[in-house]
Design a protein around this ligand. Structure first.
Ligand SMILES: *Cc1c(COP(=O)(O)O)cnc(C)c1O
Length: 397
């Protein structure tokens, strides 16, 4: 029996059948990983973060690409994401960065996934499990320096570091923390977190011990805070060519990889004052032409964008009008023409026109991370690559 996929993109066939799909440009992603590596230099390792279905890009295909590029580490949030990758044959070291339950420990070890140890208790449970199974456990210690999520507080970290020294079945490979404000204009909190982290790290030289791999930097810090790069950086959003905030200037060499498109499936003329969609929140004040497009919030085209979103048809911007439905949206094309089957661009570039993830986030009143991770598995992914043709998949041209 084939295992049930957890986050597997839909089969290629669906990409042909469904007019709405995502094109993922693997060459753009490869270029981004390489640009980030070039930015941090050869002394710093890059761990692309692939949690949440690789920020919507598709966990397994993006992991395979990273493995092909020879990245030293992949970062994930959850155990099941790691299991999925191991089942798909990905052998790159994987750090699962989220919190863990005792009952999950055997699965971590069986799948050779590196754990995050965030307390002395957890560390001892990992040691006991590794001893019982006769398998080594690899861990990174998690220090909380000002995020209050998981990890031991920086001011009480020493017992965890001490406890990590005498273990026979646990190998401490790394030690890390996470920044709460690295994408801000005001970087004082990020610098304070770095200072606190450095205080914790002093433990190793003070006791003449080798320091494990130290890491702290997310995308914002890769862009803004070279002093936080230490031994390894963990870019998520930036790997996908998206900027964490409008205040941060774009980084040369990285570009977005997604094109989200659909096709016109219906055309009609709407009379003046005829309300459109649920709640009748909008009506044209003159006769207008309207098309219906088969995408909606059930795909992750967020309802919060109602009344604000725009799409590109034939290279021109047109507003999405009325409430966004689960499976359909209506677009007011004014006096323009459109035909059934015409391409509708929801996200991405078409000639000199572009709709960005950042723009969708603005319309939805959210952050780019949420826009990407909301694009649901109902939307088929089609993988394009000139550099790695064997990683590409079939789909509509
Ligand atoms: C999600 C996450 C990252 C990546 O964050 P970005 O802002 O997307 O770069 C890095 N480290 C940890 C611990 C995370 O949870």
């Amino acid at each position: 029996m084939t295992p049930t996929p957890l986050h597997e993109p839909t089969i290629d066939e669906d990409a042909v059948l469904r007019p709405t799909h995502l094109d993922v440009d693997l060459d753009a992603l490869a270029g981004n990983v390489e640009a980030i590596q070039a930015r941090v230099g050869p002394a710093v390792q890059v761990m692309p973060v692939l949690k949440a279905n690789a920020y919507g890009h598709g966990l397994v295909p993006v992991a395979r690409l990273c493995q092909r590029l020879g990245v030293p580490w992949l970062g994930l949030a959850y155990l099941e994401e790691g299991i999925r990758l191991r089942r798909a044959g990905v052998t790159t070291p994987i750090l699962v960065m989220g919190g863990i339950l005792g009952s999950q420990l055997p699965l971590f070890l069986e799948h050779d996934l590196t754990l995050t140890a965030s307390s002395v208790d957890k560390l001892q449970a990992i040691e006991a499990c590794a001893a019982a199974l006769g398998r080594p456990a690899r861990v990174h210690l998690k220090i909380d320096t000002g995020m209050e999520r998981i990890g031991v507080h920086w001011y009480s970290a020493e017992p965890l570091l001490r406890a990590s020294l005498g273990l026979r079945h646990v190998q401490v490979q790394g030690i890390f923390s996470h920044l709460a404000n690295a994408d801000a204009v005001d970087l004082s909190h990020a610098r304070l977190q770095l200072e606190r982290f450095q205080e914790v790290l002093d433990f190793y030289p003070r006791h003449g011990l080798p320091t494990p791999i130290r890491h702290l930097a997310n995308s914002g810090a890769v862009l803004q805070l070279p002093e936080t790069w230490l031994d390894l950086v963990r870019p998520g959003l930036l790997t996908y060519g998206v900027m964490p905030s409008e205040e941060i200037p774009p980084m040369a060499g990285v570009r977005p990889a997604l094109t989200w498109s659909s096709r016109v499936v219906y055309f009609k003329v709407v009379a003046p004052h005829s309300p459109v969609s649920y709640g009748s929140t909008w009506a044209p004040d003159r006769q207008t032409r309207m098309v219906t497009v088969p995408v909606g919030y059930g795909d992750g085209y967020m309802r919060a964008m109602s009344g604000r979103a725009q799409v590109l048809i034939g290279g021109r911007r047109h507003p999405v009008v009325g409430r966004i439905c689960m499976d359909q949206v209506m677009v007011d094309i004014g006096q323009d023409s459109a035909w059934n089957g015409d391409r509708v661009l929801l996200l991405g570039r078409d000639g000199d026109q572009e709709i960005t993830v950042e723009e969708l986030a603005g319309w939805a009143g959210t952050v780019p991370w949420e826009v990407l991770t909301n694009i649901n598995t109902r939307v088929p992914r089609v993988y394009r690559s000139a550099r790695f043709p064997d990683l590409a998949t079939d789909g509509p041209p």
